[in-house]
Design a binder for this molecule. Structure first.
Ligand code: S3P
Length: 448
């Protein structure tokens, strides 16, 4: 499938974006082992999170969907049962790595796998600490690649120093740590997104965070609670960037999660000179706000501080789009993690910009963009990566002519309604290209 993007001027209007992917995964997984019924409202319904929901169902958890609410009837700390088949998490690194932590505490056998992209992503970062905690884990390449075979149980706590700031690794270790004897400490260079810690606390778990360290005693039980999932800032970011770079835009995105460990894109756009207003809404566990962005058409390049990288990690392809539109140089370093996301997002981002004629230099751990030049319409390819597909669509809005973005099926992993939201703000900007298959169908004739 392919999108055709016709640049149609400034964006305007009010929208909401689907629920936060990270928070939805966690609500399902923590809900599965809590005591009582966890009520998850406005969760993300997309392939990644639906795969996690299916996995916890396979572990014996009773799940019910009612409108925009999902009820998870928790099985308590020891209530999960051996799945009858391999658990396939599709494209989702978060789903598979968090479940590895959960299953490391379960004495039955479980096997985790995913699609070809996920089977190529590093798993040693989670299997190393889990093995140190006492879980029996094997997998391809000595347990560094999926499929992983886990027979867990009998865990002891760990003091783990992670070389990368990673919320997936942290959450995995904490999920195992909950089921371990003793106090688990997870240390990372810069605090990564802290949704797991916040949710655990709201479920009654005592846990401390100091700088990049998270400390928690094992054996604590979780009490089910209500979790209102805010809109995903990683989805809102597409329209924040489009609104900021297209002169005359005026966009309001309601009910967006603004956890400070996720708002690097707002900080960056503000530092580049964008006009952004944050209107806080009442919140309990996760901060929520309405965000308004007005396009001034006057962004300037910026050197992103290394310590900002974890809070903007998923938005860096989009940051490159903003950089292309800004005057001067934007530099992003310390983002080597991008090479092991759903695709190699450093190469993917650099190719995307090059196709549009933007000057860009690839670094091992980032890229340097020289913005302010002309941007031309192009044939973009997602490489099977949802964020590259959507970032390419936003870049296309800045171009002087029509563009195509191909291989966009992957967008269903996180944000299937992206075309509708974009067309609400910029009517007619995005149209699916009629597929060759439907073109070749004979015309329907009426039979009376
Ligand atoms: C996520 C953490 C990040 C992020 C991913 C979602 C999470 O990955 O890139 O999209 O929900 O924990 P890392 O933990 O590998 O940085």
């Amino acid at each position: 499938m392919t999108w055709i993007i016709s640049p149609s001027g400034p964006l305007s209007g009010e929208v909401q974006v689907p629920g936060d992917k990270s928070i939805t995964h966690r609500a399902y997984i923590l809900g599965a082992v809590s005591v009582g019924e966890t009520v998850v409202s406005r969760p993300l319904r997309a392939e990644d999170t639906d795969n996690t929901l299916e996995a916890i169902r396979s572990l014996g958890v009773d799940v019910e969907s009612k409108g925009d609410v999902v009820l998870i009837r928790g099985r308590g700390p020891d209530g999960l049962s051996e799945p009858g088949d391999v658990l396939d998490l599709g494209n989702s690194g978060t789903g598979v790595r968090l479940l590895a932590g959960l299953l490391a505490g379960c004495s039955f056998l479980s096997i985790l796998t995913g699609d070809s992209s996920l089977r190529g992503r590093p798993m040693g970062r989670v299997t190393d600490p889990l093995k140190r905690m006492g879980a029996a884990i094997d997998g391809r390449d000595g347990g560094r690649l999926l499929p992983l075979v886990i027979r867990g149980g009998g865990l002891k706590a760990v003091d783990f120093v992670s070389p990368v700031s990673s919320a997936q690794v942290k959450s995995c270790v904490l999920l195992a740590g909950l089921q371990a004897r003793g106090t688990t400490t997870f240390r990372e260079p810069v605090l990564s997104r802290d949704h797991t810690g916040r949710m655990l606390k709201s479920m009654g778990v005592h846990l401390a965070t100091r700088g990049g360290s998270t400390i928690m005693m094992g054996g604590q039980s979780l009490s089910a609670c209500e979790i209102a999932v805010p809109g995903d800032i990683s989805s809102a970011a597409f329209f924040l960037v489009a609104g900021a770079v297209l002169n005359g835009s005026d966009v309001v995105i309601r009910n967006v999660g603004v956890n400070p460990t996720r708002t690097g894109i707002i900080r960056l756009l503000s530092a580049m000179g964008a006009d952004i207003e944050i209107d806080d809404r009442p919140w309990d566990v996760e901060p929520v706000a309405d965000i308004r962005v007005r396009g001034t058409g006057r962004l300037r390049g910026f050197k992103v501080p290394l310590e900002w990288v974890p809070s903007i990690i998923d938005e860096l392809p989009l940051a490159a789009v903003a950089a292309a539109a800004a005057d001067g140089i934007t530099e992003i370093r310390g983002a080597g993690e991008l090479r092991v996301k759903e695709s190699d997002r450093i190469t993917g981002t650099v190719r995307m910009l090059q196709r549009a004629g933007v000057l860009v230099r690839e670094l091992d751990d980032g890229f340097i963009v020289e913005g302010g030049g002309s941007i031309k319409g192009a044939d973009f390819k997602s490489g099977g990566d949802h964020r590259i597909a959507m970032a390419s669509a936003i870049l296309s809005l800045l171009a002087g002519s029509t563009s195509r973005v191909s291989d966009i099926k992957c967008v269903a992993t996180s944000f299937g309604t992206f075309p509708d939201v974009l067309n609400t703000l910029s009517p007619g900007a995005l149209a699916p290209e009629p597929s060759a298959e439907s073109d070749s169908l004979p015309a329907l004739s009426r039979v009376d």
